[in-house]
Design a protein. Structure first.
Length: 167
């Protein structure tokens, strides 16, 4: 998935100028995530995230329902990692700083993220879904106000105007 992340980064500036971006305010469990997303190609999605700080014990420890790759663009976050079909113990805690990238390519991988010095912005790319349950909101999630959505897109435009893909 890191190769897919690099392919997305190579065309992201162009994608950010076009239509098709959706948004969600993901507030059913800490950390709160402001999400802007769109479909890409071959069953992939591109997500622009602004993740807000929370307490260590609050961060949602979860598997993903699809393979994914992420790049942290601003701030830093602590990531807890585990592995198992059911909720595993935390096996490691890692601090990821701006420009870090990682992938989760096994359906039994678990993680949590917790920004530690303010909101963290990150890019995530996902592949076609697995047949894997993952946490979901019990209530419908709302889209972001247009101003917040545009603020996030503007950050990514500025970032990718000055940074080489796959740095």
């Amino acid at each position: 998935m890191l190769d897919v992340l690099c392919r997305v980064e190579a065309v992201l500036s162009e994608m950010l100028e076009g239509p098709g971006w959706n948004s969600l305010y993901v507030d059913y469990h800490p950390p709160i995530v402001e999400r802007v997303w769109r479909e890409w190609s071959e069953g992939h999605r591109v997500y622009l995230h602004r993740i807000h700080p929370c307490e260590k014990q609050e961060a949602l420890f979860h598997p993903h329902p699809w393979p994914s790759a992420m790049r942290v663009l601003s701030s830093a976050y602590e990531m807890a990692v585990g592995y198992g079909k059911e909720m595993p113990p935390v096996a490691a805690r890692i601090i990821l700083t701006a420009h870090s990238a990682y992938e989760m390519v096994d359906m039994d991988s678990w993680h949590s993220v917790r920004p530690i010095d303010g909101p963290s912005l990150s890019l995530m790319v996902t592949g076609p879904p697995w047949n894997r349950p993952s946490p979901k909101s019990k209530k419908p999630l709302n889209p972001l106000p247009d101003e917040q959505k545009e603020e996030i897109i503007a950050f990514f435009r500025e970032y990718y105007a000055t940074v080489e893909p796959c740095h």
